[in-house]
Design a protein around this ligand. Structure first.
Ligand SMILES: [Zn+2]
Length: 195
């Protein structure tokens, strides 16, 4: 099925609008930032957790002590906030098959962290974000720069041609200085040629 240009534009707008907003995660106790949604892996509703691939190393401490879950299927180390020592979650070292994707990741308990959504992206009337506009501006500036360069090159060529003409004229003037005699001589020459 063929879609009209308007429909295509609407689709692009919708895609942009559902783009996830970045979220910052903080320790619930001291509000230190302990991670963000850029490294988001998965949220598990049944565990009440959110799992991140990476966290800033200077924000959390992972205990060396290994603990076992009540069902005995998983082994994990607890994660603590480095600033206030509040327990935030765990790093699974060995898991049941169901929790395989959490292994060696940072799994935070949702009731131990605060989440903060960074400002909703704003769009102009054409559906461009600030980032799109900046890119467009940079491209425009580059175009303008290359235009100015070509203009200056052209001007330089022009200038060189003018200089060349000027030099020829000056040389000619030195060889044949415009004196009264010279003018008469030239005029005479022209008259002779005409008769
Ligand atoms: Zn803390």
């Amino acid at each position: 099925m063929k879609t009209s240009k308007l429909e295509e534009e609407e689709n692009i707008q919708e895609q942009k609008l559902v783009e996830p907003v970045p979220v910052v995660f903080q320790c619930l106790n001291c509000l230190q930032i302990v991670g963000d949604s850029n490294s988001w892996v998965i949220s598990k509703e049944e565990l009440n957790t959110v799992t991140l691939r990476d966290v800033p190393v200077d924000r959390v401490r992972v205990s060396k002590r290994l603990e076992t879950t009540k069902d005995g299927l998983c082994v994990y180390s607890k994660i603590y906030c480095l600033k206030c020592n509040f327990e935030l979650g765990m790093v699974f070292r060995a898991t049941s098959k169901a929790l395989d994707e959490l292994r060696d990741m940072y799994t935070f308990r949702i009731d131990k962290i605060e989440s903060y959504e960074l400002g909703q992206k704003s769009f102009d009337t054409l559906g461009n974000t600030r980032f799109d506009i900046d890119i467009q501006m940079k491209e425009d500036i580059l175009k303008l720069k290359s235009f100015c360069l070509s203009l200056s090159e052209r001007w330089q060529l022009h200038d060189e041609s003018l200089q060349a003409i000027w030099t020829i004229l000056n040389n000619d003037k030195e060889k044949n200085p415009i004196t009264e005699n010279n003018v008469r001589h030239r005029t005479k020459k022209v008259k002779t040629q005409n008769t």
